[in-house]
Ligand binder design. Structure first.
Ligand code: ATP
Ligand code: MG
Length: 443
């Protein structure tokens, strides 16, 4: 992308309403624009990041055996009457009427709809297990939308729904998602700790919130420090291995970790003092086993091995890609701006032309830019006539992980500079060596 032709509406001043650093930086970097309270347009830079996050979420869902579908945002109230949630949901649900006066709603979640799909087609235990997911916009009329996309009213969610013949197999479905979540957050460069969450009237221990530690998080959390060093399940994890996944989950639930609502002071105090971690956290994911809560009232049954119909056991599993954009910035920034993990960055490499119009500089930049594109990188070429200081500031602000800085002075010796965003380290190398550094994108 040539910056001169891109749409990157940077803000010089930060709007006062932005209370936390991620919101400030997303506005300054031209990633989002607020359209109404808690409702945002995603501008090109923001959309790139959102898409990259969704891609990783999708890859790990698929790896675990979940199958992607796409359900609509608008749902019929009748479906929600079947589960009894239409009246129970309250003011967070945006209720609308169509021209025929039919009651509709903008979906805050999709348990009812996916249960309807399931019951329409699946009739036998032989077709189980099944896990269907989608990545779709949700609307919840939050009382206090705030912190930008961290707590929006309209937000993107990946929600998966598992269907199993009994509780034991539903447990395995839960473990699949648990493991997929560990891998997803690790790939996003985040340390997310699964913490026990309230299961409501169903009881049991099958609900976890995945929490990223950050000083601006909305929840108070308590956990054992060793979680921060736990190993992520490997890429070749066998998601069909019941014992294998159970041992992953056992390991990741072996130490104390709870949000304020589930906090047991006595258990926490039993942790050696130097291992206690009390901090703020951001909920980036939530997984939940709910048994037959929807299948019973909605008649989602399958014939078991003996031919007798039984209601299926379900679970739902959410991740918020739009909230993750903000969470990633909370976890990665400095005074200069955003520091993205390599896999999520909107661009992999920026080529900064310090003297547009100078034949040698233009030539070297064009060569670099075109070669990088050909090698599969998302390259951003700053070919604008901004002064060098402004170019450095922009590249740092939007958080491009690598910058190749090209100016006439260096070029007289055939040299360009490579800068790493994370460390700020700069290195003077030949043009060829710079290109050798970026041989091709494998991710
Ligand atoms: P919270 O406790 O933060 O209000 P929740 O428990 O209501 O969230 P879930 O129903 O568990 O949310 O939704 C699954 C995921 O969707 C959350 O873990 C979060 O990542 C995301 N999410 C939920 N509400 C919002 C929101 N208002 N804005 C952005 N993302 C959200
Ligand atoms: Mg939740």
């Amino acid at each position: 992308m040539r910056l001169s032709r891109y749409f990157l509406p940077l803000l010089r001043d930060t709007p006062k309403e932005a209370e936390i650093v991620s919101h400030r930086l997303m506005l300054r970097a031209g990633m989002i624009r607020q359209q109404s309270a808690g409702i945002y347009s995603w501008l090109p830079l923001g959309l790139r990041v959102l898409d990259k996050i969704s891609r990783i979420v999708r890859e790990e869902q698929n790896r675990s055996g979940a199958i992607e579908i796409l359900m609509p945002t608008i749902q019929s109230a009748d479906l929600w009457r079947e589960s009894g949630r239409y009246d129970a949901y309250g003011k967070e649900m945006l209720r609308i009427k169509d021209r025929h006066d039919r009651e509709m709603l903008y979906g805050p979640t999709n348990e009812e709809m996916v249960t309807d799909i399931f019951r329409s087609y699946v009739k036998s235990y032989k077709d189980l297990p099944l896990n269907l997911y989608h990545i779709q916009w949700k609307f919840r009329d939050e009382v206090r939308p705030r912190f930008g996309v961290m707590r929006g009213r309209e937000f993107l969610m990946k929600d998966a729904y598992s269907f199993d013949i009994d509780q034991a197999s539903a447990r395995h479905a839960y473990n699949r998602m648990f493991t997929a979540y560990l891998r997803t957050f690790a790939r996003l460069g985040l340390k997310a700790i699964p913490m026990r969450a309230d299961t409501g009237p169903i009881g049991g221990d099958l609900s976890h919130e995945f929490i990223v530690l950050a000083s601006t998080g909305e929840s108070q959390v308590f956990c054992h420090k060793d979680y921060l060093d736990f190993e992520t399940p490997a890429i070749d994890t066998d998601f069909d291995s019941v014992d294998g996944l159970q041992s992953v989950v056992d390991k990741w639930t072996s130490l104390y970790a709870a949000t304020e609502e589930m906090h047991e002071a006595a258990d926490y105090d039993a942790i050696p003092a130097d291992k206690q971690l009390s901090a703020r956290g951001i909920e980036v994911g939530h997984i939940f086993y709910f048994g037959t809560k929807y299948s019973e009232p909605m008649g989602a049954t399958v014939a078991g091995p003996d031919g007798v119909p039984v209601p299926v056991h379900g679970g739902s599993y959410g991740i918020g890609p739009s909230r993750l954009v903000a969470a990633l910035i909370e976890a990665g920034h400095d005074d200069g701006g955003i520091i993205w993990p390599d896999e999520i960055a909107p661009f992999d490499i920026a080529v900064l032309n310090l003297k547009v119009g100078d034949a040698a500089t233009d030539g070297a930049c064009e060569q670099l830019y075109k070669t990088l594109l050909a090698r599969g990188y998302d390259a951003l070429y700053d070919d604008t006539d901004t002064r060098p200081g402004g170019k450095f500031a922009t590249a740092d602000l939007i958080g491009v992980p690598w910058q190749i800085i090209v100016g006439p002075k260096g070029l007289t010796e055939g040299k360009v500079e490579i800068k790493r965003r994370t460390s700020g380290e700069r290195e003077l190398v030949s043009l060829e060596a710079a290109l050798d550094r970026f041989k091709g994108k494998t991710a």
